[in-house]
Design a protein around this ligand. Structure first.
Ligand SMILES: [Zn+2]
Length: 286
C-alpha cells in the first residue's frame, strides 16, 4: 500500500530539497536515509515477489514540487507496467491550498491516479481544525472518486523524525467530513484510532477507514498485526513505507507475526482488492 518514489534529481539533490522543504529536510537531510526512484521500486518489487505496489511522491508543501513529483510517478507508471509488478499511482497535493489541490487531483486522476496521498498534515500546514476547509477538500476527493491516504502518528511514545501532530483526535475531522463515502487509509496503523472503534459510534463513522502497516517495525511489537486483525477485520492493508524498509523484509516480518493464513491473505492483498485498488487482482501476492 505505501511506497514513496521521487525523481532522480531529488535523490541527487537532497541537500537542495532539504532546504526547500522543512519536513523533507528533517526526514532526509541525513544521507543514510534512503530515497528511491521508480526503477528502484520495480527492482524491490521483483525481489519481494510483489504483484502490485501503491506509489506516491513525498508530500511536499510547495505545489510545484507536488506537481513535479506527481508527473514523475505518473510517467513512471505509463512508461511500463508489464515487466512484472504493477505500480498503482496516487498523487500528492497540499490539501490546504484548495484551488490548486482540486485542479491537481483532477489532472492526476485523468492521467491514472486512483488516490491522493500520503498527505502529511503537519508538514504541509493542513489545518485540520478548519472544518469548512477540510470539508471542501473532502468534497472534492469524493467527487473525483479518489481514495485518500494520510500520515498519522501516535499521541504518546518515543519521538522520531516523522512523528507529527496528526493523532487520532486530530484526523477525526477528516473522517467526519468524508461521511463514510471516501475510503480513507490511515498510515502507520492510524496512530491508535482503531482502539476507539470499540466505541460503537466511532466504529460507525469509521467503517470506510483502513489502516496500513507501514513502518510497523519501528513503532510496535509484532502483536500489533493480530490486534489490528481483530480491531479492523477487512480493513488492514500491508504497507512498507519503502524505501524506509526493504519490501522483502517488511513482508518477512509480516509473515512472522503469527496471523492465520486467512488473515495474512487479507492483509497482503485481499483487503486491497476489495477496496478496489486496481491491479491487485492480476496475481495473488502471497
Ligand atoms: Zn507516513
Amino acid at each position: 500500500m505505501h511506497t514513496h518514489i521521487v525523481p532522480p534529481d531529488v535523490v541527487r539533490g537532497r541537500r537542495r530539497y532539504s532546504q526547500a522543504d522543512l519536513w523533507f529536510g528533517r526526514l532526509y537531510r541525513n544521507e543514510r536515509r534512503v530515497l528511491a526512484s521508480a526503477d528502484d521500486l520495480r527492482r524491490s518489487m521483483r525481489r519481494a515477489g510483489l504483484a502490485a505496489s501503491v506509489a506516491f511522491g513525498f508530500a511536499w508543501r510547495d505545489p510545484g514540487l507536488c506537481r513535479a513529483n506527481n508527473d514523475y510517478v505518473l510517467d513512471a507508471v505509463a512508461a511500463s507496467n508489464d515487466d512484472g509488478g504493477q505500480v498503482i499511482p496516487f498523487c500528492v497535493v497540499p490539501p490546504g491550498d484548495l484551488d490548486f489541490a482540486a485542479a491537481e487531483m483532477e489532472r492526476c486522476r485523468a492521467r491514472g491516479a486512483v488516490g491522493v496521498g500520503e498527505l502529511f498534515p503537519q508538514g504541509q500546514g493542513w489545518n485540520l481544525n478548519d472544518r469548512s476547509a477540510v470539508r471542501s477538500f473532502m468534497d472534492t476527493v469524493r467527487s473525483l472518486g479518489l481514495i485518500l491516504t494520510v500520515h498519522t502518528s501516535e499521541p504518546v511514545g518515543h519521538t522520531y523524525p516523522g512523528k507529527d501532530s496528526t493523532t487520532p483526535d486530530a484526523i477525526w475531522s477528516v473522517i467526519e467530513a468524508a461521511e463514510g463515502e471516501v475510503p480513507i487509509i490511515l498510515a502507520h496503523w492510524g496512530g491508535g484510532l482503531a482502539f476507539y472503534e470499540l466505541m460503537p459510534e466511532v466504529h460507525q463513522q469509521a467503517h470506510n477507514v483502513y489502516y496500513d502497516s507501514s513502518a510497523s517495525h519501528l513503532l510496535y511489537r509484532p502483536e500489533i498485526y493480530r490486534v489490528m486483525s481483530q480491531l479492523a477485520p477487512g480493513r488492514i492493508l500491508f504497507g512498507s513505507d519503502y524505501p524506509l524498509i526493504r519490501q522483502r523484509r517488511a513482508i518477512r516480518l509480516t509473515r512472522q507475526a503469527g496471523l492465520s493464513s486467512n488473515e495474512l491473505q487479507a492483509l497482503l492483498g485481499g483487503n486491497a482488492r476489495r477496496l478496489g485498488l486496481t491491479g491487485v487482482s492480476r496475481q495473488e501476492p502471497i
